[in-house]
Design a protein around this ligand. Structure first.
Ligand SMILES: C[S@@+](CC[C@H](N)C(=O)[O-])C[C@H]1O[C@@H](n2cnc3c(N)ncnc32)[C@H](O)[C@@H]1O
Length: 235
């Protein structure tokens, strides 16, 4: 790599407000394909991942809006932003009063972007730059998962990990615009927002971003039942 990831992010993005969450500023790009091409050249990897980290995705935008409206969800709590990308959800959580935020992403450029973006907003976010989905869930109070259901392989690993975390008492918030692999049966919808994204990434500039909790599902008799133990006849 010619540049460090940090220098690369700085060189190819512009610091600016996030549409609909103007109180947050991120290092963002305008166009995805030219930047992807530069990433492929920089990493000498034709299969390099899309530069997810250079955009605020619809799922993360929905979580950001939800935390602005419901700061009590994270205030005074330790949060973990899974598949953090730009760090948007972690930063929104810090802004809502979280006492500690960790952003986890497999992408080296995302690691640099999370740190740069946190700093640009006056916060510190700890970066975990690896795949954590085979690890035990982290010791935190809330996990935020913004826009993780765009890929079949990732989707099939994220849900079991989040269920394990939920079963240990961690609160889970999912943000998603209705991606193909979203496991809606497992989720409880909390809020919907119209979020402004870009046709560089999506079919429409305005998307409906939903925020969900992950059970426990409460039965009519008031008992909480993890989804995998559900007996549909009892509902
Ligand atoms: C669509 S982006 C969402 C970013 C951010 N949450 C948002 O909403 O703007 C998905 C992110 O997941 C990351 N990712 C993919 N597989 C991952 C894994 N196994 N563990 C952690 N992050 C992963 C990608 O690198 C990418 O940054």
């Amino acid at each position: 790599m010619a540049d460090s990831p940090r220098a690369f992010v700085l060189r190819h993005t512009r610091l600016g407000p996030v549409p609909g969450l103007e109180e947050i500023r991120l290092h963002l790009a305008d166009e995805v394909l030219p930047l992807w091409h530069v990433v492929q050249l920089e990493t000498r990897d034709p299969d390099a991942a899309l530069p997810y980290w250079a955009f605020a995705w619809a799922g993360g935008l929905a979580i950001g809006r939800y935390l602005r409206e419901h700061p009590e969800t994270v205030a005074g709590r330790r949060i973990y932003d899974l598949a953090s990308g730009s760090g948007l959800c972690a930063i929104a959580a810090m802004q809502a009063g979280a006492i500690e935020a960790i952003g986890a992403d497999i992408d080296a450029f995302a690691g640099a972007a999370i740190a740069l973006n946190a700093r640009a907003n006056g916060y510190r976010v700890t970066v975990v730059r690896r795949d954590v989905l085979d690890d035990d869930p982290p010791d935190v109070d809330v996990i935020l998962a913004g826009d993780c259901w765009y890929d079949a392989r990732l989707a099939e690993r994220v849900l079991p990990w989040l269920i394990r975390a939920r079963d240990r008492g961690i609160e889970i918030l999912v943000g998603d615009p209705g991606r193909r692999y979203l496991p809606t049966d497992e989720l409880v919808e909390l809020a919907t927002y119209e979020v402004r994204t870009t046709t560089e990434l999506e079919d429409l500039e305005l998307k409906r971003g939903r925020v969900y909790g992950l059970g426990p599902v409460v039965r009519r008799d008031g008992q909480a039942v993890p989804p995998r133990d559900r007996d549909v006849n009892a509902w």
